[in-house]
Design a protein around this ligand. Structure first.
Ligand code: GLU
Length: 470
């Protein structure tokens, strides 16, 4: 049997991180088993449908690198097939037409509530002959659910979950306007797409019982199920906007790397011993149902950030230059030309260790690619008139250097510290840092000076001297 898993998002306009985790788990299981991972867009809500909302989801999958094995299918496009199946069920006596009016149904529910019974359709039309049907009256089609016994879902995560069949009423499969309901559409599509494993949020567990009734009535094989506990926010409750960012797009815009998001989502609901850092390749090798946690996981923004710091250091420097480019454009409106990109690449080792996100990397990188037009308050403390001689001294020493590299720059700085500051290197470095970066924090200054180059360093020293003397 080839394993086929699916991801069937409803296009809401964003890819919630919970949906992304569902997609990831389905992807990993399919890849682990050498099977297929397919996409179906559940787009039957036409009033709210838009192509952009679908694109947001496909873009998020693309960004995460969760490649799929089909052309995304549209549930709406399968509508006639759903209707045909409902009629097949009618013809076989597994479904029936119900002519109850909305008022009648309301009355039914009110009475049941009053009597303290489970509110459910009472089966009024279940066994009535067609001859009793009111002429030309609208009707819905209901499935004929079993009334006795119980239904068990053997879930890969939740174990055996049992429900009494009397709790499952004869659910509607075709509405009075002839359109299929979601519950029917899901079953037909999953069957037609050959889905073998359904992994989804445990908020769908109740639907599973009803969907299984449809499978049984149709005589179709049911998929295996794995219902995933939800993701909670740091303060409890389902993760939502009030906790902070919740969509893949938001995390992308905040400068997280896709490998971070994948690794974080994997660990948020699945574990392999105490492993925290798990690459996609390893995850494909290791992913199984046994590792899925049985209780809700709490989203931890700080942990996500520190994981991103790890992946930033791991990332290839060329790739980081490309990734940070749009952030630099957005924040500082600077277009990176080739020389600037080269500068950034040369300084990347020092920069990436200091940034937890691409947004922070853009901030850290600024002094490499823009002129220093101002000094922040902390930098100004080191651009004191009593220290101007340090900058002048550095300039004199640097001017005569031929090979302007890390080691000779360091030697020059140390020599100046010996001559002017009783060997205290900090006394030389702080004004130098302020002059070169406009701030009081930066990667190793010897590296920074080498990357900037002699001409630029001297230009910045001159500017700082002028600033002090003015
Ligand atoms: N469209 C449903 C959702 O986005 C998925 C239902 C399912 O996985 O069966 O929640």
């Amino acid at each position: 049997m080839t394993v086929i898993t699916r991801f069937p998002p409803s296009p809401t306009g964003m890819m919630h991180i919970g949906n992304a985790r569902t997609a990831l788990f389905n992807y990993l299981y399919a890849r682990h088993m050498g099977g297929k991972f397919v996409i179906r867009i559940e787009d039957t809500d036409r009033a709210r449908h838009s192509d952009e909302a679908v694109q947001v989801i496909l873009d998020s999958l693309d960004w995460l690198g969760l490649d799929y094995d089909n052309t995304p299918e549209s549930q709406f496009a399968n509508k006639q097939r759903h209707i045909d199946v409902a009629h097949e069920m009618l013809a076989k006596g597994n479904a029936y037409k119900c002519y109850c009016t909305p008022e009648e149904l309301q009355e039914m529910r009110d009475t049941m509530k009053e009597e303290g019974r489970i509110v459910a359709y009472n089966g009024k039309w279940r066994d009535k002959p067609e001859s009793e049907a009111p002429a030309d009256a609208p009707f819905v089609v209901r499935m004929k659910a079993p009334q006795d016994g119980h239904t068990v879902v053997s879930d890969e995560v939740q174990g055996d979950v049992k429900v009494e069949n009397k709790q499952l009423d004869d659910m509607i499969i075709l509405r009075s306007d002839g359109t299929p309901t979601y519950m029917l559409a899901v079953v037909v599509d999953d069957h037609d797409m050959g889905i073998t494993h359904v992994m989804r949020g445990d908020d769908h567990l109740n639907n599973t019982f009803r969907q299984n009734v449809i499978y049984d009535l149709l005589g179709w094989d049911k998929p295996r199920y794995a219902h995933l506990p939800l993701i909670h926010g740091p303060s409890g409750g389902k993760l939502s906007k009030r906790h902070g960012s919740v969509s893949v797009e938001e995390f992308k815009n905040e400068g997280y790397l896709p490998e971070t998001v994948n690794n974080y989502l994997l660990r948020l609901g699945w574990s392999h011993g105490d492993d925290e850092i798990i690459s996609m390749q390893e995850a494909i090798k290791l992913f199984d149902f046994d590792g899925i946690n049985k209780s809700a996981a709490k989203f931890d923004y700080a942990k996500l950030e520190s994981l991103n710091a790890h992946y930033m250091v791991e990332a290839d420097n060329d790739r980081l230059v490309d990734l940070v480019t749009p952030f630099i454009k957005q924040k500082f409106n600077i277009d990176l030309d080739e020389p600037k990109k080269k500068t950034l690449l040369a300084g990347m080792n020092g920069l990436k260790e200091r940034a937890k996100t691409l947004v922070q990397l853009a901030d850290e990188a600024r002094f490499y690619i823009a002129d220093i037009t101002s000094y922040d308050e902390k930098a100004k403390k080191h651009l004191d008139q009593y220290l101007v001689f340090m900058l002048k001294g550095l300039k004199d020493k640097f001017k005569v250097l031929d090979n302007f590299n890390h080691d000779v720059i360091e030697a020059a700085c140390r020599a100046l510290a010996e001559e002017q500051a009783e060997g205290k290197l900090g006394k030389v470095m702080m004004p130098l840092r302020a002059a070169l970066t406009g701030t009081d924090k930066s990667p190793s200054l010897f590296e920074v000076a080498e990357v900037l180059g002699k001409e630029e360093v001297i230009k910045r020293l001159d500017a700082a001297i002028e600033f002090i003397e003015k």
